[in-house]
Design a protein around this ligand. Structure first.
Ligand code: GRG
Length: 292
């Protein structure tokens, strides 16, 4: 199988498991439609694919990591729903569809995000119980919690909001994205490693994921600048319109591309030593060259 076929297979594994997890009993009215609208709306599934791929590359089993990988996707989706709200970025297009608050209203969209965050931890905790509270699973849940919260993604969003209307320097931008975008990418990779049981590789996996996270965000900024909204499935040009600091606004487009290449190359070199099958290396290149 070529890279695209393996990627599709892994995305299907994630999508099928998410669908299974979302058959939740005892949800009031049709609120589960509101949660599923965003969660099952597509998306690249990069975070769970990283988790299962690293686990597999390091000798672990996909079935042991899949529910944690899906928890990462639930948290990522909650962050997108909340990020799109009028109080945050006020976007009306996401994953090629009207955003959650446009369809269900702002109050329900806030609750759908909250419900997905809680359900992510319910899913992880149920798995921990099923696995007899084995230490590696408990540690994986701790990694996810820290990355999602104030030390990670939420903290990054706080920096973002507080820096509105003032220009940021490159170090400030890197620090913000280390948390806002990087933390979930790093956590996805680390849980794959810890659940594989191959913990001697934690430092290397951490280094891989931090380089990948920066490259991923620079590409996101480049796509916001010169990407095609109909391919991206979300609006473009908003960063510039709102005067937000981005890699492109600070460095310009060419230097941003150089910097994305540089971080991606560092990640790629590490990926080669982590994954004999080369999937991780190919995934790193795919993320650098993506159009959505
Ligand atoms: C914590 C209240 C609260 C809100 C969340 C942190 C945050 C606010 C939002 C982050 C959302 C965001 C736009 C982060 C940038 C990361 C990023 C590039 C997201 C897009 O991820 P992709 O490209 O999207 O993986 P798909 O749709 O493919 O999953």
């Amino acid at each position: 199988m070529n890279f695209q076929e393996v990627l599709k297979l892994k995305q299907d594994i994630v999508n099928n498991h998410l669908e299974k997890l979302m058959r939740i009993d005892d949800v009031p009215g049709n609120f589960s439609d509101c949660m599923k609208y965003s969660l099952l709306a597509g998306g690249k599934r990069i975070r769970p694919v990283l988790a299962i791929s690293i686990c597999e590359a390091l000798g672990g089993r996909i079935e042991d990591v899949i529910s944690f990988a899906c928890a990462m996707e639930m948290i990522h989706t909650y962050s997108l729903i909340h990020d799109d709200l009028p109080a945050m970025d006020n976007d009306d297009l996401r994953r090629g569809k009207p955003t959650n608050h446009v369809v269900f209203g702002e109050a329900k969209a806030i609750l759908a995000g909250d419900a997905l965050l809680n359900y992510a931890f319910e899913t992880a905790l149920n798995t921990i119980a099923e696995k007899g509270c084995e230490e590696k699973y408990v540690k994986a849940a701790g990694i996810i919690a820290a990355a999602s919260g104030v030390k990670g993604m939420v903290g990054g969003q706080v920096i973002d909001i507080e820096s509105e209307n003032c220009s940021m320097d490159l170090n400030g931008l890197l620090e913000m994205h280390r948390r806002k975008t990087g933390a979930l990418i790093e956590a996805s990779c680390l849980i794959g490693c810890i659940i594989s049981g191959n913990t001697e590789r934690m430092d290397l996996v951490g280094e891989y994921s931090r380089n990948l996270g920066i490259a991923f965000q620079i590409v996101d900024d480049i796509l916001d600048y010169e990407g095609d909204s109909s391919i991206l499935g979300k609006s473009t040009g908003k960063d510039a319109a709102e005067g937000k600091s981005t890699f492109v606004s600070i460095l310009g487009i060419e230097k941003s591309k150089d910097m994305a290449n540089k971080y991606s190359k560092k990640a790629y070199d590490i990926a080669k030593s982590l994954d004999a099958s080369d999937f991780l290396g190919e995934l790193t290149l795919y993320l650098l060259n993506r159009k959505n």
